[in-house]
Design a protein around this ligand. Structure first.
Ligand SMILES: Cc1ncc(COP(=O)(O)O)c(C=O)c1O
Length: 291
């Protein structure tokens, strides 16, 4: 909805939509932009199609194919792929557009050669699903997949028409640690609020401001390391080189970007010395929408 209101003309919601609130949101967004969703079950097709027809909109649909992640998606060689395409084609309010195959099991592989080979294998599975659809009379104009860790290998594997990378925009330590040469662009700013010993300090940032499911955020101050986080506090281990006192600020690099950004209402954006405040509009969507 945020993207549609901001004027983006062609939007993919790379997820299965089932709940009433979500269905109403995508129908509202489809009045403003060309909207596409993904499905892996006939119940989703039925709900999206009935919401689209009662709202007087048409919604594009991709079949979600599982390339080995094991999260959502039908098996690439299952007859369900063609059955779902037929179910979509029977609905006047839906437009069959192609396939999504998100290779989330590949994007964080540490070895670039493993990422390259696995992305290539995924592309061949996608090709098999495309051929089955073609034989049944369905052409795929949109084939969407890949992620930040596989931008290059997924392009080289040669089957996708669109890469679904997201984290590349701001980056995090988890992606930096697999050697991606993308610049880090988002940081948490925290203040040292206590320094009770030579080897430790406390900062005013905890798990309410930085997500830790992929490990502790990295501290960009020489000699300082985050070793624990509570709700409101972070515990720094300091070596002799760390020159930090109460009131000093430290920069923190998130280990996992998406859930960290989602904890905040705004981003402070610095450009050539000027600071701007950007609202994170996707938060509180349900509270602000009258759906
Ligand atoms: C379906 C799908 N596509 C794309 C992405 C983007 O991945 P990344 O942020 O790693 O580029 C995700 C991330 O979870 C996803 O679930």
């Amino acid at each position: 909805m945020v993207l549609a209101r901001a004027g983006f003309a062609d939007i993919l919601v790379a997820n299965e939509i089932v709940e009433r609130l979500d269905l109403d949101l995508i129908a509202a967004a489809a009045r403003l932009a060309a909207l596409t969703v993904v499905v892996d079950h006939p119940i989703q097709v039925a709900r999206i199609s009935s919401t689209a027809s009662s709202s007087g909109v048409r919604i594009g649909v991709l079949i979600d194919v599982d390339p080995g992640l094991g999260r959502t998606g039908v098996a690439f060689d299952s007859p369900e792929v063609v059955e779902l395409a037929r179910a979509i084609a029977r609905c006047d309010s839906l437009v069959f557009r192609g396939i999504q195959a998100y290779e989330g099991h590949v994007v964080l592989q540490r070895d670039p050669e493993v990422r390259r080979v696995m992305s290539w294998q995924v592309a061949r599975l996608i090709e098999a699903a495309i051929s089955n659809l073609q034989r049944a009379g369905f052409d795929c104009e949109l084939i969407s997949g890949g992620g930040t860790g596989t931008i290059q290998p997924a392009i080289s594997a040669g089957v996708l028409t669109e890469i679904q990378a997201g984290s590349y925009v701001l980056m995090d330590t988890t992606y930096a640690d697999i050697g991606l040469e993308l610049e880090q662009a988002v940081f948490g700013v925290a203040t040292v609020i206590s320094r009770r010993s030579a080897s430790s300090a406390a900062i005013n940032a905890g798990t309410k401001s930085m997500n830790t499911d992929k490990g502790m955020p990295r501290v960009l101050t020489a000699g300082a390391r985050l070793v624990g986080m509570g709700d409101e506090h972070g515990r720094l281990a300091l070596d002799r080189t760390a020159n930090l006192d109460v009131g000093d600020r430290v920069l923190l690099v998130p280990s996992h970007l998406d859930p960290t950004v989602n904890l905040h209402d705004v981003l402070l954006v610095e450009s050539h010395g000027d600071l701007a405040v950007w609202r994170i509009d996707g938060r509180r969507m349900y509270m602000e929408e009258e759906v």
